[in-house]
Design a protein around this ligand. Structure first.
Ligand SMILES: Nc1ncnc2c1ncn2[C@@H]1O[C@H](COP(=O)(O)OP(=O)(O)OP(=O)(O)O)[C@@H](O)[C@H]1O
Length: 325
């Protein structure tokens, strides 16, 4: 794989805050890499280190074979989370303005159409809706037809149809060889777009792989949710006809019982079993694990480790303070 974006053991601290604690990743040409992780995990800092807008304290970053600050700007597209263009430009003027910054830019009319703003082209940026503004921002960073795109939460605030428009655009660009690194809190977005996903927690990539690989390794078991108006206690001692039921639990926010590790073929026998016992149910929902389950599992683990580290450090400091007293 030709590495277009590479981070090796990147570290970045802000005072006592460790934003990156040895983050590494490699992204190949035409690949879409999705960065997911909890708030404050270090995603934006990692994107900033890869685009040369923050200097790491340790480790190294290469983009298109060069240090990020040295990369030819014509070859990069960067959509920051807080991109805020001038308010008093229309969508067309905005995109034309960015197009004017490059010797060889795409036709602004095509870009407007690509991001679904052809009908709002004469509207001032400040009067566009939040989602339209984000579309205009995405359009602005595509005008130079970049080889590498960094998108920090590209579809936040965009409606479902707009989100699909942006997704199609990203897919087309990647098919044409553009390398894309995107951060997102939207697991459906990561699952849909990313060839590989990296989960960043506490400044480190704690798992990476294709969405399918991650789900297979970390996603856990399928779930059969039985929604019921019957007292859930009635489900406590049941021996459901399932081979490998891992565990059974009551859903906390609904009147529902969840059985884990049920195969699709076992759903029918479970239904017969409930009906034979006159246990009424109002809904049955079988779900396979997905990226959200992976996220919750790994982010939880990382949070527990972080809490343990903080407690350990606090205890050590307290012990030291005791010794020096
Ligand atoms: N310029 C800065 N000055 C001080 N602290 C910073 C700065 N930038 C980031 N941080 C801190 O570094 C940590 C990582 O922040 P970062 O914005 O990279 O996380 P993130 O994963 O992008 O979060 P989110 O999902 O909320 O956007 C946080 O604790 C944040 O407060």
């Amino acid at each position: 794989m030709e590495a277009v974006v590479e981070a090796t053991d990147l570290e970045r601290r802000y005072g006592d805050t460790v934003a990156l604690a040895g983050a590494s990743l490699t992204v190949g040409r035409g690949e879409v890499f999705g960065l997911i992780g909890p708030n404050g995990a270090g995603k934006t800092t990692l994107v900033r280190a890869l685009t040369g807008t923050t200097e790491p304290d340790g480790g190294s970053a290469r983009v298109l074979g060069e240090a990020p600050a040295d990369v030819d700007r014509d070859r990069l597209g960067v959509l920051p989370q807080d991109f805020s263009p001038p308010d008093r430009l229309t969508a067309r003027e905005l995109i034309s303005y960015y197009a004017g910054l490059y010797d060889d830019a795409r036709d602004p009319e095509t870009v407007l159409a690509d991001v679904g703003l052809a009908d709002a082209d004469e509207t001032w940026y400040e009067n566009l809706s939040g989602g339209q503004q984000r579309r205009a921002c995405v359009g602005s960073i595509l005008v130079n037809d970049p080889d590498v795109l960094f998108l920090d939460e590209p579809t936040t605030g965009i409606d479902p149809a707009g989100r699909r428009t942006i997704w199609s655009l990203v897919e087309e660009l990647a098919a044409g060889g553009t390398t894309v690194v995107l951060t997102t809190h939207d697991m459906a977005e990561a699952e849909h777009l990313a060839d590989r996903v990296g989960l960043l927690a506490d400044g480190r990539i704690v798992a990476q792989g294709s969405p399918d690989e991650l789900v297979a390794v970390h996603g856990g078991a399928s779930r059969l949710t039985i929604e019921t108006t019957t007292d859930v206690d009635a489900f406590d001692d049941l021996e459901f006809p399932v081979e490998r039921a891992e565990s059974r639990r009551r859903s906390t926010n609904t009147d529902a019982v969840v059985i884990r590790d049920v195969t699709p073929a076992e759903i029918g026998p479970v239904v017969d079993y409930l009906e034979a016992r006159d246990l009424e149910y109002t809904g049955l929902n079988w779900t396979e694990p997905d990226l959200e389950d992976v996220y919750l599992e790994l982010a939880d683990d990382a949070e527990r480790e972080r809490t343990a580290r903080v407690t350990q450090r606090a205890n050590a400091e307290a012990a030291n303070a005791g010794e020096t007293r």
